[in-house]
Design a protein around this ligand. Sequence first.
Ligand code: FES
Length: 112
Amino acid sequence: MSDEGTRRVRVAAESDLFDGAGLAVKAGDKAIALFRVEGRFYAIDNACPHRGGPLAEGDVEGHIVHCPWHGWTWDVRTGLNPRQPASKVNCFAVSVEDGSVFVDIGEVPATG
Ligand code: FES
């Protein structure tokens, strides 16, 4: 009811990530990089738009993750590339409930 129009998927336990860490998770058919920064959780596409590098494995500095393959940077809060604001990865809403982390992966496909 409260999730009408969206799909909210449990992707991890809060305790699965320490602060400053990333974790590759699946939500539906989406590959997502989940991050924990200063106690808050953030979710962006796991595949770097440059060549598909796994962003969940990148180093995290503040709210910026460095792609492990060629170092492009992404803000985990917005999905924006701070050096090239026209470049962006998808960013997903995250919520935490009873020790579980949920990602909202967007609209339910239209049925008509
Ligand atoms: S694949 Fe991410 S910077 Fe090249």
